[in-house]
Design a protein around this ligand. Sequence first.
Ligand code: SAH
Ligand code: SF4
Ligand code: F3S
Length: 443
Amino acid sequence: MGETAGPKKLWIKTYGCQMNVYDSERMAEAMGGEGYVVTDRADEADMVILNTCHIREKAAEKVYSDLGRLRPLKAARPDLKIGVAGCVAQAEGAEILRRMPLVDLVVGPQSYHRLPAMAKAAAAGEKTVDTDFPAEDKFDHLPDRPAPSRGPTAFLTVQEGCDKFCSFCVVPYTRGAEVSRPAAKVLDEARGLVARGVREITLLGQNVNAYHGAGEGGEWGLGRLVRALAGIEGLERIRYTTSHPNDMDDDLIAAHGEVAELMPYLHLPVQSGSDRILKAMNRKHTAEAYLRLVERIRAARPDVLLSSDFIVGFPGETEAEFDATLDLIRAVGFGAAFSFKYSARPGTPAAERPPVPAEIADDRLQRLQALVTEQQRAAQAAMVGRTVKVLFEKPGRMPGQMVGKSDYLHAVHVADPAAMPGRIAPVRITESGPNSLGGVLAG
Ligand code: SAH
Ligand code: SF4
Ligand code: F3S
């Protein structure tokens, strides 16, 4: 025989948003309870989980090509179990088993606490699909987070799901109705992370600023939660993502001016600068309302860096409507932005409408990205000569380099042995590259 029976190995590939990154960690912990350890090599895994994203067609199709690539691995090792989790699992369910017979289990985002039982069934040769939206809270049934933190930063999901139903978006269908976790549970989880060396927490939710968790004295908004988190000794930085413009309430805006731990970077997707398109997207805000909101946020925290998501080529978008988006970008001045060509998603209202020709959408995407890149470079160049705080995370690409994030979420590299992971230190910025800043420790 000659083989040693070590612990079983689990390889997880994560697609999509930060919520999936968080969920992958929780799945690894749940499987840890079953004796699995995480590996970064698919070829030595006993179980593979693809934690998938359904947001655009390309993301969803990639899963199928990746599954195809696992075929030889499964042929060589028939005991290998393959699971599909995440938003494609939720959207397509048992269809995945029909299309890809090598898959052993399909588990939707609300059912991860059932994964260990499903893995056992798979070991016994039984295929299972679980895409329920169960009445019980998965967080109550997932183990506490025993894994030592892999670094000084962590994600913490506080809210899931979405009730907004933007006409292009699958999230309300894949993640279900909006729910918030109770404040006490969030605070406990945060304290546990800090006890393990975490100094920065990013609060996650598909609509994080719609947070309305049960708390002392009634429901808490995100502003109140941020203030309570800021009271945790050792938690130096708080961020949150992703926000909807209509859920930025006065208390949260005020927190940006009042809570030193709340970092001056805010991802606030607007999608378009055209009121007609915004209406067709069911966004329920105008371009003007967004601009006024940005003014209020900047009044509270003048140096805040804003980022956004944009969709170009939404069905029916005219050249003038696209120009309105460029105008909005010029009016705001973003520190960063993510832009996407509209992708028709089955089951969403916008998918019924005639698309903008691909060449036109491609051209608009390029023009928008050129403008955003210009703004991103300008925001980075404005940091040169300034001293900013950096939380160091890990070694950089060059020998001797450490990389971390500034308060403004810029990647900053420093070549100095005193720049230790987990340390927050002032750095004088000396140069700005395409995607990062360089500097020297300043004290
Ligand atoms: N909850 C967040 C974003 C969720 S999805 C919000 O409300 O903004 C992340 C981004 O993907 C969206 O902001 C949007 O820009 C993009 N996106 C969503 N559906 C899309 C689609 N069908 N085609 C192209 N981009 C899409
Ligand atoms: Fe999707 Fe809109 Fe909900 Fe964001 S707010 S997750 S874009 S439906
Ligand atoms: Fe993708 Fe689901 Fe996140 S569709 S973006 S993984 S919520």
